[in-house]
Design a protein around this ligand. Structure first.
Ligand code: SF4
Length: 219
């Protein structure tokens, strides 16, 4: 490139942008709120109102990212089982997905092929920071994602109450970190307004009970 900025074609630029959006850490609840804002702006501004096809491009990139994650998870022999109200259903869906995601003993990595598998056999499992959503629209407690009722809205997730919640060890750790944050805030509870203190105490109790219910006994 001889010190000159690289030249990106429009197609390369769009793919790069779609890649970035799809791999943004949308599972983090705080991050997802910001992401959702960006996504709405993107989809309902430039991309949603034009015939650019950019929405489809981002959705394909999201499906691919999720497909790669789910194929790796489904075929990982020694991983801990998912817990939570939908933990057993998550395991059933992953087992079914693994039958499609492995060909001749190898996990499918070819992007076109993996996208086709996702189109036909998407297990509708959505990984996030606090929750692994095993999506059933009729029991979802979040509002539908913008422009669709077929996907969960992780930025509006209610993991402690929703029956679509499954938990990986990483999800449980995220809740434990959240508990520690609440503990720190409550240690200085006399500086908090009574209403806020009460909310934090309630949240702490609910999160602690939830973790106790859905953390497996050590073997
Ligand atoms: S509220 Fe339920 S359906 Fe919505 S993202 Fe959370 S777990 Fe999934």
């Amino acid at each position: 490139m001889n010190g000159r900025p690289p030249h990106l074609t429009t197609r390369q630029f769009r793919r790069t942008l779609a890649w970035f959006i799809a791999r943004h850490p949308a599972g983090a609840i705080a991050g997802a709120l910001q992401f959702r804002h960006q996504r709405i702006q993107m989809f309902e501004g430039y991309a949603g109102t034009s015939d650019s096809g950019f929405r489809a491009e981002v959705e394909a990139e999201e499906a691919l990212t999720r497909g790669q994650y789910l194929a790796d998870t489904a075929t990982e022999p020694d991983r801990p089982r998912l817990t939570g109200p939908a933990g057993a259903e998550a395991e059933q869906r992953l087992t079914a997905f693994a039958r499609h995601a492995v060909f001749e003993g190898q996990v499918v990595t070819d992007e076109t092929r993996l996208l086709r598998i996702m189109k036909l056999h998407d297990p509708a499992i959505y990984p996030g920071t606090f929750v692994t959503c095993v999506f059933n629209p009729d029991r979802a407690l979040c509002r539908p994602a913008p422009g669709t009722s077929e996907e969960p809205e992780l930025g509006d997730c209610r993991p402690l109450a929703c029956r679509n919640t499954a938990l990986t060890p990483g999800n449980r750790e995220a809740h434990a970190r959240h508990l520690a944050v609440l503990d720190r805030a409550l240690a200085q509870g006399d500086r908090l307004a009574p209403y806020i203190r009460h909310r934090f105490q309630q949240q702490r109790q609910d999160t602690s009970d939830f973790l106790t219910r859905h953390t497996p006994e050590p073997t």
